[in-house]
Design a protein around this ligand. Structure first.
Ligand code: AHM
Ligand code: MG
Length: 341
């Protein structure tokens, strides 16, 4: 009798560290540099989680009184998260540069020949929600630096379409802290156990449903929307059983929280261009691109209304873009409304 083939052991419950190590072991020729960098990102994530959890107690809530390059008020937690990432990523010499929402320009970190990667990051997303204890997050992506090691990173290393990302993820600081991560194939969610100080695989192979029944948009901007967006917003509220309309509305105002719900439950999140923000509000390099990379890897879609987000060629580090992401069918319907105007 032939021996029966055993299915692979379930991965649920493995630690993030094991997951990352297994990825390295399964990649012939891996030097461990990328694994080391990713481990540092995860260490920074654990440290930011601790800062977020302690924020009220440590009296770090509130504004610093400064504004960042985009003219927005910088809060103490934003700075803490940014400083934490920068100092942790400086330690092992694998990170050549960081582009952060909180810094005016790209920050060179290392010109060590081992510094083969650049990191794009929004250290504390949803900052308007910090003071009221509503979910916030961190969004990041990792790109391979172009050209020879040992040379300082240049803007060409980061002004690249999102399809060049090697990896993207986000941390959601909510009732639980979760890390959602992808290398472009398969999206996995890890839930943080604060007692152990570890992330454990809790959501294996997340797939964004083909269609949902929830929409997420800041309706306060409706008078500034284009005719196409206004028609879509009216259509989504109409009664029609066959297309599960009206959709329910959910809007947290933290991209990480709104995207996370959309990824798990399906539906659509949209921050379109409007007359106040003709290029949209969200930033291409460290908000839209990592999210688009995650959604596509989970079977969803992400567009600026006309083009695939991951194909957009950035021209500036803090460039903005309209962002529409979610279930394939829902994103396609939105794009159709925009086309038809
Ligand atoms: P932030 O990175 O400064 O926090 O701004 C981005 C946030 C997103 O998290 C969210 O989707 C959006 O801004 C909400 O904007 P609005 O308050 O205009 O609806
Ligand atoms: Mg943000």
């Amino acid at each position: 009798m032939s021996a029966s083939i055993q299915p692979p052991p379930p991965k649920l419950g493995i630690t993030l560290e094991t997951y990352i190590m297994e990825g390295m072991i399964g990649s012939p020729g891996a030097t461990g540099h990328f694994t080391s960098l990713l481990n540092q990102v995860c260490l920074a994530a654990r440290m930011i989680t601790a800062h977020v959890r302690a924020a009220g107690l440590a009296d770090v809530l509130g504004y610093t009184g400064q504004t960042n390059v985009q003219g927005e008020a910088v809060q103490k937690l934003d700075e803490l998260a940014n400083n934490t990432l920068r100092s942790v990523l400086s330690r092992r010499g694998h990170c050549a540069a960081i582009v952060s929402e909180e810094d005016d320009e790209m920050t060179p970190i290392s010109d060590d020949p081992r510094a083969k990667y650049v990191v794009v990051v929004d250290p504390l997303d949803g900052s308007s929600n910090i003071d009221c204890n509503v979910a916030i997050g961190t969004i990041f992506g990792i790109l391979k630096k172009r050209g020879e090691g040992g040379l300082p990173a240049t803007k060409d290393d980061v002004l690249r379409p999102g399809r060049d990302l090697l990896c993207a993820g986000y941390l959601l600081y909510s009732a639980q802290t979760m890390l959602v991560l992808t290398f472009g194939r398969g999206v996995h969610g890890f839930t943080y156990d604060p007692g152990v100080g570890e992330f454990f695989l809790s959501h294996e192979n997340i797939r964004c449903p083909e269609k949902g029944s929830v929409y997420s948009i800041n309706g306060g901007n409706s008078t500034r929307w284009s005719a196409g967006v206004r028609k879509w917003a009216a259509w989504i509220k109409e009664e029609d059983k066959a297309t599960s309309r009206p959709y329910s509305s959910r809007y947290v105002g933290s991209l990480v929280a709104d995207a996370h719900r959309t990824l798990l439950k399906g539906g659509i999140f949209a921050y379109p261009a409007d007359t106040k923000s003709p290029k949209g509000k969200l930033r291409l390099l460290y908000e839209a691109n990592p999210m688009a990379y995650i959604f596509e890897a989970a079977g969803g879609a992400a567009t600026d209304g006309t083009s695939r987000i991951l194909d957009l060629q950035p021209t500036e580090t803090h460039e903005r873009t309209p962002l529409v992401l979610g279930s394939r069918e829902d994103v396609e319907t939105f794009a159709r409304f925009l086309r038809e105007g």
